[in-house]
Design a protein around this ligand. Sequence first.
Ligand SMILES: Nc1ncnc2c1ncn2[C@@H]1O[C@H](COP(=O)(O)OP(=O)(O)OP(=O)(O)O)[C@@H](O)[C@H]1O
Length: 649
Amino acid sequence: MDALKSLLSPLTSSNVTNPIHDTLKLVVIGGTVETARRASVSAWNGFIDSFFLTAHFSQEDYPYDWLMHWLSKQPAWGRSREFDITTRTVNRHGLTQSTSGDLEDDEDDESEDLATRRKRKVAIIPSVDTTHTIYYRGHWLRITRTKRYSDFGQCAELKISVVARNNDILKRLVLEAKREYEKDAEHRVHIFMADTLYGGHWRWNGARQKRPMSSIVLEPGVKDMILADCKDFLRSEDWYAERGIPFRRGYLLHGVPGSGKTSLIHSLAGELGLDIYVISLSSKGMSDNTLANLMGNVPSRCIVLLEDLDAAFTRGVSRDEKSTGAPTSGSSSNTSSTSTTTAKSKEETDDGSTLSLSGLLNSLDGVAAAEGRLLFATTNHIERLDPALSRPGRMDVWVNFKNATKWQAEGIFKCFFPVKPVNVTPTIDPKDPTSQENLAVPKRQRPSVATHTLTEDEVCVLAKRFADAIPNDEFSVASLQGYLLKNKTRPRECVEEVSAWIIQERETKAKLKKEKEEREAKEKKEAEALAKKEKEEEAKKKAEEAAAESKSEETTTEEPKAEKPSRIKVKKVKSSASVKPAEKVEEPVSTDSSSSESENTTSGEDADAEESVTSEEESTIKEPVESAEKTGSKETWVAVKGHPPDQSV
Ligand SMILES: Nc1ncnc2c1ncn2[C@@H]1O[C@H](COP(=O)(O)OP(=O)(O)OP(=O)(O)O)[C@@H](O)[C@H]1O
């Protein structure tokens, strides 16, 4: 106490006028005030916290999305005084729809260019680490958005605090947010992509508009069959449980590219209200563990899509022949493919992908595999799949997708040119193709589909003519769609010009086929040459190794048996030379600069002959072993031949 008094005395004594003392006085007073302030703030926070209920929502889980979506619709959220402005609206937290904070450009768009640009919406999101207060059902909610760094990278978190006796208000808030989110998501399908980093997790990839089932044109009954099967499965959980059958169902969609496999899955997801979880088995870093992790972490009701199932096994052949699902096909057993595989194998194993067939099978129906999911797998090469993979229980329903039939051609034409004209702008003369082509109309006035007026009869007649012109099973639906897209505003011309298009397509196909064949032939030739070269190099290497080995044996046998006749050693050299290429024996001779001139020009066989001669000579020369050791292995070899360094010089 006395010490404190003595410290403060210079400050309190009235007769001190020294400026240093004044400064000290201020510092002490300021420090005391600040300490008091901090203490009171902390006491207040403690007091408040004892009344507040706080909930945390992590971006990694769905409630975060529901709440961000709900918040995006609150006026107070949009009026935040500290905010980020972003155009990156494709975002898991639902800012793809208009939010209360969005900036809208109200100007009428005059040009097509502007109409396109206008779609880029500017959104306002309250910035991180600031607290916002929102009034909700008689309570003030304190909301803070923070960012933290998790194992999977950056991760946002939402903290909501409310003064309340129990957590009913927070429960109501979460449920309301969930309902609103689901209502808005009704028209979209959420896509999640497998991320193989950090042991495998799901990354939200966007929400796509639902695709109506009517836009998928398949042979009659196929769509209905699949849809009915999926629906039946989803409501049969108890049935499966009663019989002890794992509640899973697999669909294998196989066939030509561009025939509608992916589109059908997208459309089914929309119809069934399920999200899609996409796994690419050939992606970098995919392993048994990663796949098991991913499969174990899908929600109970969803579609899991394994795209291009065969691709994983095409790689797998070179990765681990024992454990992959690739049956040994004719093509893979020929020389060229083997050598190509060998050449690629290093590159493929380097990416850390170690997926095996057993790993894949386990993740599909092992004990840890998720239940309640619909598994869809697509492939263009069903013949490459292992039968174990496609057996019932793993793939219960198989659907073959072929090139377009006449029936499909007619159907897709009708999809493009529906009977009723939609929102036809009166200023456009539908019969004038040039005015139809000009679709640079502002979005609000622009019809959602092509501007044409065709009666039902006209559409039927045109569709029939179009289908008649299309050969069965030659063109994919995707290529027909491409042609129709080019002519989306010219239905009549589209039909008239279809024969010319077919000829052109055939020519292009033939040209591409020829180019492909040439390329393949060239690649095969190169691969064969490479394989031959590799073989030769390998043989050469082996010969070199054997020669080196025999030489070292010779050296080691020489040391303890320095006194023995050297004929034995020579015999050894001779025997090794008889199985290896002659030049290998010659090599040490020719590189030995201290050897005689005749040695430099001697062939391998000559060398052998010479060796026997020199060794006989050598038997009469008692060479000190030490001198040979001093000059290294080559010189030792020479010494054996009777040319000790001191003699040759
Ligand atoms: N049967 C179909 N009905 C309607 N549209 C189709 C059909 N088949 C293909 N398409 C159209 O062709 C395009 C490609 O289709 P999709 O991606 O579904 O084919 P895919 O069979 O999955 O091809 P790939 O095997 O190459 O992945 C899509 O834009 C789709 O609209």
